[in-house]
Ligand binder design. Structure first.
Ligand SMILES: CCCCCCCCC/C=C/C(=O)SCCNC(=O)CCNC(=O)[C@H](O)C(C)(C)COP(=O)(O)OP(=O)(O)OC[C@H]1O[C@@H](n2cnc3c(N)ncnc32)[C@H](O)[C@@H]1OP(=O)(O)O
Length: 305
């Protein structure tokens, strides 16, 4: 089966290479060069992001390794974007699987310590980095599959929602959702838009207000994830899924994807500066700082028990 899929991918790949390079100019590409050799499995590791690209299949696996919980700190997001840009420029890469190198957690979302007790300048850089990351993943011309191998709250859920397909380990202990209100903070409009685009208006209305974290079965039921698999099948299923998507000509798929996502991206781009100001102003408030501090204490206290 795997070899048949690989062969199909190679055929599709050779048929679409010209189209892919033409389409690349329409996708959001980054700025650096990244020369994987054309026919082998290549690895690249920064301190928090590990990338493996199989140039035979065109599938790259990008693993988060920012212990203890893959929180999205400014450093993590900066390294993510650098690694992402390199893959975007690599024509042998047609799709990217996002997953975690740590057990039990995909990503704990934004690093609360970057929002708590930091300067407005720091929070401005932090929020810009998040916007940049999201624009790149959501607007990518590549096929992006989330292989969710653990908890995925808030920013972690946003990361998954920005992919084209979500596969999650079938385990009720892993939760995913937009839980910001539980921290006493508000998810920005573009988090909400991504959720709404995926699960619909009514479900997102309930979800963002209550700050609901769904277990894997619930997430599948509402369409927040597309597929559940046993833990030992996660990466193989993600890879096989990706290779099936490769049968679609890239150019047509990329234009279709851009068409579907354009309104959400344009809305965010138009409100980008205001969104940064909102975030900084909001997190300047004493009441919000207090909520964040209490939440961190709760997390640490929970561990002590
Ligand atoms: C108007 C609009 C304007 C805009 C207004 C503002 C908009 C902001 C949008 C925010 C988006 C977000 O993503 S906010 C972040 C939301 N994230 C969360 O709520 C997740 C909180 N974390 C968890 O639930 C758990 O940690 C979980 C991920 C399930 C893993 O559980 P575990 O038992 O394995 O691990 P724990 O013991 O809990 O955590 C291990 C250590 O990691 C720390 N830790 C856990 N999550 C962390 C986090 N997100 N940031 C930093 N540190 C974190 C803990 O404190 C522990 O630190 P030590 O004790 O020192 O080891």
């Amino acid at each position: 089966m795997a070899s048949v899929l690989r062969q199909a991918a190679r055929l599709a790949s050779s048929r679409c290479l010209t189209q892919l390079s033409a389409a690349s100019s329409t996708s959001r590409l980054g700025a650096s060069s990244y020369n994987f050799s054309p026919s082998s499995r290549n690895a690249s590791t920064s301190s928090t992001i590990k990338v493996q690209l199989d140039s035979n299949t065109g599938v790259a696996i990008m693993m988060f390794q920012n212990p203890p919980v893959n929180s999205m700190s400014l450093d993590f997001m900066t390294e993510f974007v650098i690694a992402w840009d390199k893959l975007e420029l690599d024509k042998s890469c047609r799709g990217i699987i996002l997953t975690s190198a740590l057990p039990n957690v995909f990503s704990a979302g934004l690093d609360i310590m970057d929002m708590y007790g930091t300067t407005p300048e720091h929070r401005t850089a932090f929020w810009k980095a998040l916007q940049e990351l999201w624009l790149k993943v959501y607007g990518s011309g590549k096929i992006v599959v989330a292989a969710i191998n653990g908890a995925s709250p808030a920013g972690g859920c946003l990361m998954a929602l920005s992919c084209d397909y979500r596969i999650m380990i079938d385990n009720p202990k892993y939760k995913i959702g937009i839980n910001e209100t539980k921290l006493g903070i508000v998810a920005p409009f573009w988090f909400k838009d991504c959720l709404e685009n995926t699960v619909g208006y009514r479900m997102s209305e309930m979800s963002v207000q209550y700050g609901i974290l769904y277990n894997s079965a619930e997430a599948l039921k509402i369409g927040l994830v597309d597929q559940l698999v046993p833990e030992d099948k996660l990466i193989s299923t993600a890879t096989e899924t990706m290779i099936k998507w490769f049968a679609i000509p890239d150019y047509a798929r990329q234009i279709s994807k851009a068409m579907v996502r354009k309104a959400t991206m344009d809305k965010m781009l138009a409100g980008r500066e205001a969104d940064i100001t909102n975030f900084v102003t909001f997190t300047n408030k004493d009441s919000i700082q207090k909520s964040l501090g209490m939440y961190m204490e709760m997390l640490k206290g929970r561990k002590a028990k």
